[in-house]
Every structure is written in C-alpha cells, then in structure tokens.
Design a protein around this ligand. Structure first.
Ligand code: PLP
Length: 400
C-alpha cells in the first residue's frame, strides 16, 4: 500500500514464511510434514541457566542500555579464555537478539554497500533494504564449497571503487554448514585489510562447531572485525532473545551510537534473561558438558544427513557445525525440467507437496532461481533418530 514506507513496501514475503504457510496447510489436511526448513536449536537451555532465570524472575528494573555490567564482563572473560582475544567489558553490547543488533548496526553506520557472500542468511538483505541500502552478492564457487575466498573479494572490489564497505561473514554457516579454518581466515584477513572492509563476523553458531574449535576472524583482523553472537543457537535459547556484539577498541564509536539507538527504542534486553545469561558465559563444568554433548549429537545427525545425501548422489559441502547442509540438486535438472520444474522455489514446493519434506529454496539465500540448491535443517529430529545414529556409530566422538 502507498501508505507504507517505501522501504517496507518493497520487501517480499520471506521464503521461510511461504514454506511455513504451505507446511501448515498440509498439516491441517492431516498430512505428515517433515519440517526441515527451520533453524531452531533442538536442545533445552542448560539447566544451570534455567535455574538462574528462575532465581532472577524478580529482577524488574530497566537495565543499562549497553547491557548488565556483570554479563558484559563475563562475556569479555569468555572471549579471553576461549579465543585469546583481548576483549574488555567496554567492548561488549547486549541486545534482544543478534538480529536486532545487526539491524541496529546497519542503521547507525554510514556505509554504501553491504557485501554478502552467496549464499548468506536470509535476513541480511531485507535488513539492508529496510535501511534503504543495497547489498552486493559476492560470487563463490561450488568447488570451494561455496566458501568465500580472497579472490572472490578481490574480483568484486576491483570493479567497484571508492566505497565504504561492510561484509557480513557467517561461520559456521547458515545455510552451508561449513566453517573457515585459521589458515583460511588469515588469508581472508589480508585482503579485507587491503580493501579496508569492515566485517560483521556472525559467529552465532560458533560454539556448535562439531570439533569444538571454532576460530574467529577477530584473531587475524582485530581492527576491522565486529563479532556478532548470542545465546540463541549454542544454548538453545532463541526465544529468550539475547544477542551480543563485540567491538574493536577503535570502533567503540559505533557501539556508542548503537547504544543511543537502543536507548530510544528497546531500552535494554529483559533483566531476568541477562542475569541468567551470566551463568551461560561463566566458566562452568556443566556448560562444558552441555556443549560436548550437544556437539556430539549435532555431529552425528549432521554427518548422517551428509553421508545419506552423498550416497544417493547429491552434491553438498561437508558440515562442520551449526544445524544445516546445503544440497545441490543440479544433477536432476533435466528430469525436473521435463516436469516443468524450473526454479528452486518450484522444486521446494513440489518436494513439499509430493513428499511432505520442507526445505528452504536457495533463492532465499541469494542464489539465482535456476540453480537447484536448497537448505536442509537437520535439527528437526526426535530423540529416537539421534539414539539410532549414535548407536550405529558408538565411537562418534567430537574429535574424529
Ligand atoms: N545469524 C544467523 C546466521 C542466524 O541463523 C540467526 C538465527 O536464525 C541469527 C543471526 C539471529 O539470531 P538471534 O537474533 O536469535 O541472535
């Protein structure tokens, strides 16, 4: 409608919503739907954190705009301890979900172009549009598992001069499942420095890395990396809405500007949730056990899914963390064309209607419609599937 802000009017209905609606239609008709389209942690919030929430239900005051001081301190310790970064509490800001913080960043920072590797998570592009900004898709190659390489960055930057650029790099990746090794991050850091590209390093799946050794770009490009993270994925607390940004000292002015926006909009994240989150970030044996257990289960289900798809001839990157794989069904392109299935959206709709399997089409992640990619989320499992897989692979440890 003309009565809506043009930035809002131009947004399309998200692919997630469309698949959700189609799935729900089928479910109301009594059809069994396998919802492999969603990205929610299958695990409960660690007990110690839930207990802390109960104990803090009485916390009723508005909290500091940048976040509860003791929580910011624990997060700084967490990054010192686990990633050897020199982070202080003053570098940390808390928000109601990292999604909100990524949006807030795009609102306050004056830049021309948002660079997104293809494929990238579904919400970055709409957020750029909401801020009346364009995004540029950086080409990636299937032979590199669709990972971003220094060459992909150079190719783009050589053709677009004099821009103030921001890149969002997400790893372990939604939708790819891949992550980056320290060698790969070092190589990317050289080029990112060279072109003076500011990076939002979306590490929301960092602690789910199957082997437990997630690496951060901030180690190799400290001056230009803002870490985006939170409780949603590794602590199973998506609905709690707690996100975190960690800034390099030189970029503190952006944190301060985001705090101004926060003070005029959401004020602060829910007080009981912030008190409870302190327990999640504190050094604690029960959190370490929780992480080891959840990684083991994610790895077992992720590798089972990967091997199953590979065995039937689907090509896909090998998952290293997170909740997803990103299969490519190009091999069946001609067969699909004969049935007049010409786009990844049509492919996912047909798959859902005929088999009850709900995937998210590649187009939602920046792929052209004519490439038959889709995201499969393997976390919609029940305990019996997990036990079956773990029993089949009794030696499935976190480090093999
Ligand atoms: N980034 C990625 C890649 C995600 O998959 C998600 C959640 O789906 C988010 C960010 C947002 O997480 P939250 O707002 O819950 O912190």
């Amino acid at each position: 409608s003309e009565k809506l802000n043009a930035n809002v009017r131009n947004l399309k209905k998200s692919a997630t919503l469309v698949i959700n609606e189609l799935s729900n239609n089928l479910i109301t008709k009594g059809i069994n739907v396998f919802k492999l389209g969603f990205g929610q942690s299958p695990f409960p919030v660690p007990k110690i954190v839930v207990d802390a929430l109960k104990e803090n239900a009485h916390q009723k005051d508005y909290l500091q705009v940048k976040g509860l001081p003791v929580l910011r301190k624990e997060i700084a310790f967490f990054y010192k301890r686990n990633y050897e970064l020199s982070v202080s509490d003053a570098d940390v800001i808390i928000g109601p979900g990292s999604k909100e913080l990524i949006f807030n960043f795009q609102l306050v920072y004056n830049f021309k172009e948002l660079l997104l590797p293809k494929p990238s998570w579904v919400s970055y592009e709409p957020q750029a549009l909401l801020n009346n900004r364009k995004n540029a898709w950086l080409g990636t190659k299937e032979e590199n598992d669709w990972k971003l390489t220094p060459t992909d960055i150079i190719n783009y930057c050589e053709h677009s001069q004099n821009k103030i650029r921001v890149l969002i790099l997400n790893y372990p990746s939604n939708p790819l499942g891949i992550s980056y090794s320290s060698t790969e991050l070092k190589a990317l850091a050289v080029v990112l420095k060279q072109y003076n590209i500011l990076v939002i390093s979306d590490e929301i799946y960092g602690e789910t890395h199957f082997k437990g050794y997630h690496q951060t770009l901030a180690k190799y490009y400290p001056e230009g990396t803002i870490i985006s993270t939170g409780l949603s994925k590794w602590a199973g607390a998506g609905g709690w809405r707690l996100g975190v940004f960690i800034f390099p000292k030189k970029l503190r002015f952006i944190l301060d500007a985001m705090a101004v926006v926060a003070s005029e909009t959401f004020t602060s994240t829910s007080a009981p949730i912030q008190y409870a989150a302190v327990e999640a970030y504190k050094q604690n044996e029960s959190i370490n056990t929780y992480l080891a257990d959840t990684r083991k289960i994610l790895k077992a289900v992720g590798m089972y899914t990967y091997n199953y798809l590979k065995d039937i001839g689907v090509s896909l990157p090998k998952p290293e963390g997170g909740f997803y794989v990103f299969p490519n069904f190009e091999k069946w392109k001609d067969t699909l064309a004969k049935r007049n299935i010409l786009t990844n959206t049509q492919f996912c709709n047909t798959l859902l209607n005929e088999t009850g399997v709900a995937l998210l089409p590649g187009v939602a992640f920046g792929f052209p419609e004519e490439v038959f990619t889709a995201r499969l989320s393997y976390v919609d499992f029940d305990g019996t599937l997990v036990l079956k897989i773990l029993n089949k692979q009794p030696n499935a440890t976190v480090d093999n």
